[in-house]
Write a protein that binds this ligand. Structure first.
Ligand SMILES: Cc1cc2nc3c(=O)[nH]c(=O)nc-3n(C[C@H](O)[C@H](O)[C@H](O)COP(=O)(O)O)c2cc1C
Length: 315
C-alpha cells in the first residue's frame, strides 16, 4: 500500500500536522508513506492554452501522439503528478484562505487536466489504474461559516484523477501554526482518516464506500454541502437542484421530521462527474461548442479586431 500526504499549508503548520497524524495511522498499518509540502516545489499556474485538451481530442481521433502539458519541462508538477498516480491513497491537507482552498493547492490541482487519468490510461501513457482513494482535510481559523468552499473545492479537484474521495474533515478554529496541537479531537479524527484510507484500500474497488461522517454535507452522492438551483444544461437536461461538486441532480425536500434532504432524481446521477462515462458526455458538450466556434471563425476574426486594438493603461 502506498499513501502520499500532500500539504498546502505552512511547514509545521496545522495542515501539515493533521496530514502527518493521518499518515501515522497508514504507516502503522504497513503502508509506504511519502509526504510533500507544495510550498517546496515550483508549481506554475495553468496557462489556459488548452493545448492538452485539443491534443487529447486529436489523439482520440487517431491523429498524432499525446504531448502532455506545455509546462512539463518547466517546473516540478510532472514529477509530483507522476508520483501521485502511483499511489493507492492520498491524504490532502489544505488551509482555508478567504473561504476557499489556498492558491498553492488550486494552482497545483488545476494542472491535473493535462494528466487526466482516464485519458492517460486509454492511450497507454499510464500503465496501471491504481483506483486511488482520497481523504481531504481542510484547516481554518474559523468554523464552517468561514470555510464554506474549501472541502468542496478540494473534492471537485479529484475527478480528473478519477480519485474516489472516501473521507473529508474540516478542522475548525485553528489559526496560529501548531494551534491544532491543542485540539485532541482534531488529531484523533486525522488518525481516523488514516485508518479509513487503509480500510478503503483494502476493500475491493467496486465495494468501496464513504467512510466519513454520514451526516456531512447535503449531497448523498459525494457529501458536498453546496446545492444550487439548477439551470438548463447544454443538451436540455435540467434538475430543480444540483450538487456543485459532483453534478448530482434532484430536489430539496423535507422529511417527516422537517429536516431538509437533497433527494436524487431518478436520472440524478447521469451528470456524476466522478463517473468516466458521464465525463465523456461533458466532452461531447466541449466538442459541440468547439465545432460551433470553428464554423464561425470568420465572424470571430471580424469582431475581434475591436477588442485587440482597444487598449487601457495597465498599472
Ligand atoms: C490569507 C489568509 C486568509 C485566511 N482566510 C481564512 C478564512 O477565510 N477562513 C478561515 O477559517 N481561516 C482563514 N485563514 C486562517 C488559516 O486558514 C489558518 O491560519 C490555518 O491554520 C493555516 O493553515 P496552516 O497552519 O496549515 O498553514 C486565513 C489565513 C490567511 C493567511
Amino acid at each position: 500500500m502506498k499513501v502520499m500526504g500532500i500539504v498546502a499549508g505552512r511547514h509545521n503548520g496545522n495542515s501539515e500536522i493533521m496530514v502527518k497524524e493521518a499518515l501515522l495511522a497508514c504507516q502503522e498499518a504497513g503502508a509506504e508513506c511519502t509526504l510533500i509540502n507544495l510550498f517546496d516545489y515550483n508549481i506554475l499556474p495553468c496557462t489556459g492554452c488548452e493545448g492538452c485538451t485539443m491534443n487529447m481530442g486529436e489523439v482520440a481521433q487517431g491523429k498524432g501522439e499525446y504531448r502532455g502539458c506545455v509546462l512539463k519541462e518547466k517546473d516540478d508538477v510532472d514529477k509530483l503528478i507522476t508520483a501521485m498516480q502511483q499511489q493507492d491513497g492520498v491524504i490532502i491537507g489544505c488551509p482555508t484562505y478567504d473561504l476557499m482552498p489556498s492558491s498553492v493547492y488550486t494552482r497545483f490541482a488545476q494542472r491535473f487536466l493535462a494528466y487526466e487519468q482516464a485519458f492517460l490510461l486509454k492511450i497507454g501513457a499510464l500503465k496501471e489504474d491504481k483506483h486511488c482513494v482520497a481523504g481531504l482535510i481542510a484547516v481554518g481559523g474559523s468554523c464552517h461559516d468561514w470555510q464554506g468552499l474549501t472541502l468542496e473545492t478540494m473534492a471537485a479537484s479529484m475527478f480528473t484523477q478519477s480519485i474516489q474521495v472516501v473521507d473529508q474533515y474540516m478542522t475548525t478554529r485553528v489559526g496560529r501554526p501548531g494551534n491544532v496541537l491543542l485540539r485532541e479531537d482534531h488529531l484523533k479524527r486525522a488518525h481516523q482518516m488514516g485508518e479509513n484510507i487503509i480500510k478503503a484500500i483494502q476493500t475491493p474497488v467496486g465495494e468501496r464506500e464513504w467512510l466519513g461522517d454520514p451526516d456531512l454535507g447535503l449531497c448523498p452522492n459525494c457529501h458536498g454541502g453546496l446545492i444550487f438551483k439548477g439551470d438548463v444544461h447544454w443538451d436540455g437536461i435540467q434538475f430543480p437542484f444540483e450538487c456543485a461538486v459532483c453534478g448530482a441532480g434532484g430536489d430539496l425536500v423535507k422529511d417527516e421530521n422537517g429536516k431538509v434532504k437533497f433527494v436524487l432524481a431518478e436520472n440524478g446521477l447521469c451528470r456524476d462527474r466522478n463517473v468516466d462515462k458521464c465525463r465523456d458526455l461533458h466532452l461531447d458538450e466541449i466538442i459541440e461548442t468547439r465545432i460551433h466556434f470553428f464554423q464561425n471563425i470568420d465572424q470571430v476574426k471580424e469582431k475581434s479586431g475591436k477588442y485587440r486594438d482597444l487598449k487601457f493603461p495597465a498599472v
